[in-house]
Structures are given as structure tokens and as C-alpha cells.
Design a protein around this ligand. Structure first.
Ligand code: PEP
Ligand code: MG
Length: 570
């Protein structure tokens, strides 16, 4: 009998295949005392050494199959092996608690993973999976067992597992047609890798996954997050047809994505990538991003155990700028606070963190931290086409203060003999309703504006972007948000500066005609959406899109807007 399971769509596309359960071996751990503490420490050190060799090999395989950026996750694994707070802590506990190495490895891994998983930040939570991956490897090595070899899984299989780690995913053979897990989220590294490899994935099925047996035929939909167990033959045929069409569409869109996107009547729309870490550089290139519309620099601060130095930041910015040559790279200055905390900086508790001391507000209050970043940006600038963007701006005074600090940094660097390019465009994000309302005034102070609909929507509709209970109220297609977008575009056009959008709305292909019609010059999104959005831009007639936008601005609700957009024929 056919069964339908619902999880989270983590990597897009339809997949069909035979289920292969992958139950990972987890060695038994007891808290028996260590009879010889030195011997336990030696076993741990040998396990660490072997783990290092294995992870280095894995890194090579991953680099070959997915590119350097995806392989970088294994650098994080190697770093854990040398981390005094992790393996160092294990050694000192073996000594102080006189327990066996496997037990201590298990408890320290569990504690650190638990701590990371409890943090508010999604990125840090995903690091919990990485440390479990490393800990599991060490435990296997300590028990003398060989890790299961995923390359033995036959082609045409859908891998079914409780949880998948980056180490697992990197070693799956290319013929795997899907991945299905009980645990995991869209931001887990295994999910990101599945997207890069183009393997459809449904994660987070929970206990319902136990209904799947080895050898069942599975049809999974990585967009809707569904898994069908043993569907009738005609449904399998339909899914096969869907896979054929998807492949064709993707190939066509990807091929066409090499070219710039113009509307049918000749308006150029720039389509750029949002980048949240250096790992996104590969996919940006593969999907033909015309540049970076938003580099969220938070990753540099979140991956570090202290404030990142000017030197470290300079190197990272140079890497991104070098990768894009003369294409524009918009780097956003630090946006912490709100839902993003740093483990090494105690933020005072706030009643309303999203309305509190975040982003540009925090940076202006800590010129030491802000100037380190600005200096690093200016030092890296000669490596490419840098544009600097300030987040969460709500007043002219903030722009002027930030620009004054930037000028101060330029003067200092020039006195130190560092060459800084003359003209670096400086812009702001429009993500506070007040900024959209006075966009005409702000536009006179900046070289460009970029609309952050993720925050603009939550502030306009007074609906927390992360609160499931008000998720039905949170929709960027609400006419109130669209009116603010329209006002901003008009203000930009009057001031003669470009206006882009880098919130999630920009990457929704269904919305492309409306956004073009509202007057946006540039759309920036997660790299995988670029080909589809470019294809939509080409299909649109700008004049018709402008009429569509005019109608949308008069509608009463987000639902009405979405219905109108779906009916629109370009
Ligand atoms: C936004 O608010 O739309 C945005 C792009 O910034 P972030 O999602 O990083 O807050
Ligand atoms: Mg924002």
C-alpha cells in the first residue's frame, strides 16, 4: 500500500529509487575507569592522528567532486581535532576523571554538540552536526572498527538514514538518486552538499521514517518535502517524466544563465548572488552570478572564537573579490544582534532584540570593532570591484557617521602607505520602514540602495520573521511591503542611483515579473535560483510588468497579490 510521508524539502527536484537503509555503527560506550591513564591518552592521540588522515582524504574527494569551497567543511573538522576546548578537554578529563578515552570522547562531544545546538544562530546550530561527525569518527577509531564505506551503495538507491553527516554525503557514489533522513534541517551541511551535488533530499521525517523498509520503491519531492513509499506504477512513470522535464528545464536555464538578463523589451536586470560564507563562491560561479548582491560578513565573526582580526578579514574579502574579478561585490558590514549572537561577546539582554542594539547601531557604538572591518574592506578593495553596504539604517545621521568612520579609515591607511582605490560605492540596506519612507532623502547620501525584504516585512507587518505562530501574517507580498519597495525604487530613480533587492523575495521566480515592474534594477538571491530568475526576466515585457505592479499596489492582501501574479502572462 502506498504511504505518504512529510518532511522538509532540503534539496530541490524529484528522485526515484530503491531504499537503502544506512544504519551507522555506534560503538558501545561504558564509563569504566581507565586502568592506565597514559595508555588511554595515547589511544586518543592515535585515534586523532588516524582521523586526521581520513578527513584529509575525504577533503580531497570532496574537492574533486564539489570544488574547494564545499571541501572547506572538512577544514572545520580538522580544526576540531586540534581545538584545545575539544580534544584538549578530552585529554585533561581522562587525567582528572580517570575514565576510558571512548567514554570521555563521547561525553565531551555530546556536551559541545549540545551547547552549539542550543544557540539561537542557525549557522552555529549546524556546527553541532560537524562536531558529532568528528566525535563519531573518533569513537569508531577508538573501538578499532572500520567506518562503513558509503561508496558500496548501489547506483539508483535512495539513501535512508537517521541522520547524514558531511563525511557521509561527500562519499556517496554519483548514482545516488535521493537522500531521506529522520533528522536535519535545510541549513545542515549535508543538505547544502546535497543541493550542490544536485541530489534531491527530504530531511526531518522524524519517526515516520521507520515505515520505510530496505528495497521499497521511493519517490521523493525535494521541493515539497514529501516521500511516497511504493506508489503505483503510473505515479512512478509520472515522476520519471517530471525528472526528465526538470533536467531539461535546468539545463536550458543554466545554459542561458551565462548571458546577461534583459526583459523582452530590453531593460537590463542584474542578477547576483547572496553569499553567506566562502563555501557559496563555487555555486555562485556555477550558476553564473553577475556579482555578489549581498555578502553577509557575519560568518567571519560566527566561525571565530574571538573578534576576527583586520588581517583575517582582509584575506577573506580579498578571496571573494578575486573570485569575481571586475564584477561588483557588495559586502555588508557586520549585522549582529537581533537573532545573531556571538559566543565571545556577551550582549546585554534586550526585551526586543530585533528592535534593539543590532547591526549599524552596534557598529557605531563600537568604533574599534567597526573600524577593524572597514579598514579590512579598504585594504582588500584593490583586489576587485568592492561596494560597501551598511545594514539596518533608519536615519541620515547613521549614514553620515558610518561614512565619516570610513573616511577616517581611508586617511589612516593612506598615511600608512596603503593604496586604497579612489571611488568605492557606498550604499545602504532598506530594511526599516522609516528608511523606505525617507528613501528620497537617504538616496542623496549614498551610491546605491538594496532592499532587505526579510527584515522590511517583519517590521512593516509587525510579525517576527522567526516566529511560527505569526508565520501566516508574515508575507513579503503584502501590499504594504510592496508600496515601500515601490517608494524606494522611485526615490532611487529620481536620485539616479541603482536600487536592488537582496531579501528572499528576490529569489522567488514567481515574483520576478512583479519585482521588475516595481522598478528594481538588480535582484540578488541564493545562487541556485539565478538561472530560473534570469529565465523569468527574459520572458517579461517591462511595460506589462509595470502595469502588473500598479495593480498589485492597489490590492488588499498578500494572497490577492500572489493570485494576481500567478495569473499574469508575460
Ligand atoms: C533582509 O533583511 O532582507 C536581509 C537580506 O538581511 P538578513 O536576512 O541578513 O537580515
Ligand atoms: Mg536584514
Amino acid at each position: 500500500m502506498t504511504r505518504l510521508l512529510q518532511g522538509v524539502g532540503a534539496a530541490s527536484g524529484t528522485g526515484i529509487g530503491k531504499a537503502v537503509w544506512w544504519r551507522k555503527e555506534t560503538p558501545e560506550v561504558t564509563d569504566s575507569p581507565a586502568s592506565d591513564v597514559d595508555r588511554e591518552i595515547l589511544s586518543l592521540e592515535q585515534a586523532i592522528e588516524k582521523a586526521r588522515e581520513q578527513i584529509r582524504r575525504l577533503r580531497e574527494v570532496a574537492a574533486e567532486r564539489m570544488g574547494e569551497e564545499e571541501a572547506a567543511v572538512f577544514d572545520a573538522h580538522l580544526a576540531f581535532l586540534d581545538d584545545p576546548a575539544y580534544t584538549g578537554e578530552m585529554k585533561s578529563r581522562i587525567r582528572s576523571e580517570k575514565k576510558n578515552a571512548a567514554y570521555v570522547c563521547h561525553t565531551v562531544t555530546d556536551e559541545m554538540a549540545g551547547l552549539l545546538a542550543s544557540l539561537d544562530d542557525e549557522y552555529m546550530r549546524a556546527r553541532a552536526d560537524d562536531i558529532r561527525d568528528v566525535g563519531g569518527r573518533l569513537l569508531l577509531l577508538l573501538s578499532g572498527k572500520e567506518p562503513f564505506d558509503p561508496s558500496t551503495i548501489p547506483d539508483g538507491s535512495v539513501v535512508v538514514a537517521d541522520e547524514l553527516t558531511p563525511s557521509d554525503t561527500a562519499r556517496f557514489p554519483e548514482g545516488i538518486t535521493g537522500m531521506v533522513t529522520a533528522k536535519g534541517s535545510r541549513t545542515a551541511h549535508a543538505a547544502i552538499m546535497a543541493r550542490t551535488l544536485g541530489i534531491p533530499a527530504v530531511l526531518g521525517l522524524g519517526e515516520s521514517i521507520d515505515e520505510i523498509r530496505d528495497g521499497d520503491t521511493l519517490v521523493l519531492d525535494g521541493d515539497k518535502g514529501t516521500v511516497l513509499i511504493n506508489p503505483p506504477a503510473e505515479e512512478v512513470e509520472q515522476a520519471k517524466e517530471q525528472i526528465r522535464l526538470q533536467k531539461l528545464r535546468r539545463e536550458q536555464a543554466l545554459k542561458a544563465a551565462e548571458e546577461d538578463a534583459f526583459t523582452a523589451d530590453g531593460k537590463r536586470i542584474h542578477v547576483l548572488a547572496n553569499i553567506g560564507s566562502l563555501q557559496d563562491l563555487g555555486p555562485s560561479e556555477a550558476n553564473h552570478a553577475e556579482g555578489v548582491g549581498l555578502l553577509r560578513t557575519e560568518f567571519l565573526y560566527l566561525e571565530s572564537s574571538r573578534w576576527p582580526s583586520e588581517e583575517e578579514q582582509t584575506r577573506a574579502y580579498e578571496r571573494v573579490l578575486n573570485a569575481f574579478g571586475d564584477r561588483p561585490v557588495i559586502i555588508r558590514t557586520l549585522d549582529i544582534g537581533g537573532d545573531k549572537d556571538l559566543p565571545y561577546h556577551a550582549m546585554p539582554r534586550e526585551e526586543n532584540p530585533f528592535l534593539g542594539h543590532r547591526a549599524i547601531r552596534f557598529c557605531l557604538s563600537r568604533p574599534d570593532i567597526f573600524k577593524t572591518q572597514l579598514r579590512a574592506l579598504l585594504r582588500a578593495a584593490s583586489h576587485g570591484n568592492l561596494w560597501i553596504m551598511f545594514p539596518m539604517v533608519q536615519s541620515l545621521a547613521e549614514i553620515r557617521a558610518a561614512k565619516a568612520l570610513l573616511e577616517e579609515c581611508r586617511t589612516e591607511l593612506e598615511q600608512e602607505g596603503v593604496a586604497v582605490p579612489n571611488k568605492i560605492p557606498v550604499g545602504i540596506m532598506i530594511e526599516v520602514p522609516a528608511a523606505a519612507v525617507i528613501a528620497d532623502l537617504l538616496a542623496k547620501e549614498v551610491d546605491f540602495m538594496s532592499i532587505g525584504t526579510n527584515d522590511l516585512t517583519q517590521y512593516t507587518l509587525a510579525a517576527d520573521r522567526g516566529n511560527e505562530q505569526v508565520a501566516d501574517l508574515y508575507d513579503a507580498a503584502h501590499p504594504a511591503v510592496l508600496r515601500l519597495v515601490h517608494m524606494t525604487c522611485r526615490a532611487g530613480a529620481q536620485a539616479g542611483i541603482p536600487v536592488g533587492m537582496c531579501g528572499e523575495l528576490a529569489g522567488d521566480p514567481e515574483m520576478t515579473p512583479l519585482l521588475v515592474g516595481l522598478g528594481l534594477d538588480e535582484l540578488s538571491m541564493s545562487p541556485s535560483s539565478i538561472p530560473e530568475v534570469k529565465a523569468r526576466v527574459r520572458a517579461v515585457d517591462f511595460k506589462k510588468a509595470a502595469l502588473l505592479a500598479e495593480k498589485a499596489l492597489e490590492l488588499e492582501s498578500a494572497d490577492e497579490v500572489r493570485r494576481l501574479v500567478r495569473r499574469f502572462t508575460p
